[in-house]
Design a protein around this ligand. Sequence first.
Ligand SMILES: [Mn+2]
Length: 290
Amino acid sequence: MKFGIYYAYWEHEWGGNFLPYIEKCKRLGFDVLEVACGAFHLENEEYFRELKKCAEHNGMLLSGGYGPRPEHNLASTDSAAVEKAFAFYADVFKKMEIAGIDRIGGALYSYWPVDFASGFDKKADTERSIKSMRRLADMAADHGITLCMESLNRFEGYMINEAYEDVEYVKAVDKPNVKAMLDTFHMNIEEDSMVDAIKLTEGYLGSFHVGEANRRCPNPNGRMDWEAIGKALRDINYDGYVVMEPFVQMGGQVGKDISIWRDMSHGATEEMLDADAAASVAYLRKTFCK
Ligand SMILES: [Mn+2]
């Protein structure tokens, strides 16, 4: 297993410059930096060549994350909008390949966060999504990219809330580069058993996000049974990335989308955030790799 962190831990806005985080995260003890792909269209190819160079120089791996904006909803009834989404992803995949990013995870099958007031038809949306995902998978395969379908809690998504739904979706798409993805924050709300959920994804798990129930950095004093979670991952021979996705700061679009309405960092400085992340990855590595 390789251990990573999502850059947005330190940020208030999606996007931004990922370059400084490569060196920082290497220094803090990570193997992987996960970046947001939603603003890749705003950067030119030179930036992605630079990202790759910087990652290689620091011995770091990069992975991608994206919570699709509504206009990139592959399950939309508006086929013209879906075509535009494919064009967006074509550009993202090209740039991911330049940067050496071989996997992207998130609610790629739908959009995020879902506006439940707008109404939806889960069955029909899922059928459209599966059809679109087969086409997206072929596009991604041309760039050596794997697509990871992240199961989300009921307040953020409706198509895939549990591991069994994730595996059903992935089996229905039936493409080797489309995988399931779990996140302990979402699982904590939806799964009867974290261990059973992980075991259900054996052979299908493409990415794994970790965080405490309130999205703090994984730590031995939280409510998650990290020993059991690590053992379940070892039992299914999971050898992919384990990426922590902590959110503790208020403000900006990040704070709004993640619903951080109080300063969970208690006024932490950047150095204090760094120290928490470093302690967390050391703890996870020790607990997950036995
Ligand atoms: Mn996640």
